[in-house]
Design a protein around this ligand. Structure first.
Ligand SMILES: Nc1ncnc2c1ncn2[C@@H]1O[C@H](COP(=O)(O)OP(=O)(O)OP(=O)(O)O)[C@@H](O)[C@H]1O
Ligand SMILES: [Mg+2]
Length: 256
């Protein structure tokens, strides 16, 4: 009799290296494992390779060396359709994500491609738009919305897929404080694995019990977010700066 096996981690990145076609090497052997249900922040200065890492998680970029697995499934051409159902990426720039004539069609695009139709599709779209408070904008063209509104719609396009892992590249940038908090509430309420790239260190502390620092294309630290933010030397070494007056030592971190 075989013992029940633990579920595969949501994400397993191993020895991932990548050079862009112009020869610029951005990743130099990244190792990162994220268990199901974890929320992990990816911190690091501009140009560290964070977005490059994100673009490997659903096969937009092909690993130069090393492997990426999502729920045990290798990110390879033959699995891409399945991988893209499981990994929802909210891109750094919402304009990379929204390309349909209306908000509704943008949010419906992924679930429709996955086979949803009719009332079921409509319900999925409206639920996702309600989650981000954009249901009143369903018939508007995305390019008529403000940047923050487009970001919220971009989040809805991904929520509508009900992914197993949600990857967000700078989700709080350009959101007003209320929208930023509402997005935090959404992320906390979902039963998904979250990988969140952010320069917003208080946001990382609030949402992600664990954080990694990506610096010069490698994982330079991997620890409790609060411990990382309290390590002044480590923070300085990787150009991470806390906002004026913010003391991570005094924050009581939420349990979930
Ligand atoms: N298309 C490209 N061709 C060549 N080099 C690139 C390309 N895109 C990014 N790079 C380089 O790869 C490195 C990593 O870039 P990346 O966008 O992953 O950084 P990042 O950590 O996401 O930065 P930021 O915090 O500014 O978003 C940088 O040095 C960047 O100049
Ligand atoms: Mg980036």
């Amino acid at each position: 009799m075989s013992l029940p096996t633990a579920p595969a981690p949501s994400l397993e990145v191993s020895g991932l290296a990548y050079a862009y076609p112009d020869g610029h090497q951005a990743l130099f052997g990244v190792d990162l494992t994220v268990a199901r249900g974890e929320r992990v922040a990816v911190l690091g200065p501009n140009g560290a390779g964070k977005t490059t890492l994100v673009l490997h998680l659903n096969g937009i970029l092909d690993a130069g060396a090393g492997t990426v697995r999502v729920a045990g499934l290798p990110v390879e051409k033959r699995h891409l359709a399945e991988i893209r159902r499981r990994v929802g990426i909210v891109f750094q720039d919402p304009d990379d994500q929204l390309f349909m004539p209306t908000v509704r069609e943008d949010v419906a695009f992924g679930p429709a491609a996955a086979g949803l139709r009719g009332a079921e599709l409509e319900e999925r779209v409206m639920t996702a738009l309600k989650q981000v408070g954009m249901e009143a904008y369903a018939t508007r063209p995305p390019h008529h919305l403000s940047f923050g509104q487009r970001r919220r719609v971009a989040v809805a396009t991904v929520l509508a897929m009900e992914p197993e892992i949600l990857v967000l590249d700078e989700p709080s940038s350009n959101l007003d404080p209320a929208s930023r908090r509402e997005l935090a509430d959404i992320l906390r309420s979902l039963d998904v694995t979250v990988l969140m790239v952010t320069h917003d260190l208080p946001y990382a502390l609030e949402l992600c019990p664990r954080a990694v620092i990506l610096s010069d294309g490698v994982i330079a630290a991997d620890d409790r977010t609060q411990d990382l933010l309290c390590d002044d030397e480590l923070m300085r070494e990787h150009r991470l700066e806390l906002p004026f007056g913010f003391d991570p030592r005094s924050v009581v971190v939420p349990l979930t």
